[in-house]
Design a protein around this ligand. Structure first.
Ligand code: SME
Length: 137
């Protein structure tokens, strides 16, 4: 299920807040399962427009998280073979899954222009946030 209109506005605000508050978050967005299809669809985001509006399960960092159900922290994207480049400026990425009723329904995706920027606190914050987001879906 893609989010309701009201939910999309809230998620857009979350993106803006994270983008404003954390200097090394340089692209912040949500992807959600696209209906019954085994693919992700781009939701609200802040940052440069991306060509990757649809991502098949298994493809890229995002597609891997759709399958693994686990947070994926990538300190250096150039070390990853299964990676979809959105911007040549992107050096690092973190993707955290969102669960609703035990199902992996989407994720938050953050790109950084800095190598290895993400702290344990970032991960905890984002995992907490995804749990909160789950409640409004
Ligand atoms: N880099 C992601 C694709 C999404 S863009 O970062 C917004 C990936 O490898 O799945």
């Amino acid at each position: 299920e893609s989010p309701k209109h009201n939910t999309e506005e809230k998620l857009q605000k979350v993106c803006h807040l994270l983008d404003q508050e954390i200097s090394y978050f340089n692209w912040t967005g949500f992807y959600f399962k696209n209906g019954d299809k085994e693919e992700l669809k781009l939701g609200p985001y802040v940052g440069a427009p991306t060509d990757h509006t649809i991502i098949p399960y298994g493809k890229g960092i995002c597609g891997q998280v759709a399958v693994s159900n686990e947070t994926f922290v990538v300190p250096d994207v150039h070390q990853e073979s299964n990676y979809l480049s959105c911007s040549i400026d992107t050096k690092a990425e973190i993707v955290v899954p969102i669960f609703k009723d035990g199902q992996n329904v989407g994720q938050i995706d953050i790109d950084s222009h800095t190598v290895d920027p993400f702290t344990a606190e970032d991960r905890e914050l984002l995992e907490w946030l995804c749990n909160e987001v789950s409640k409004i879906l």
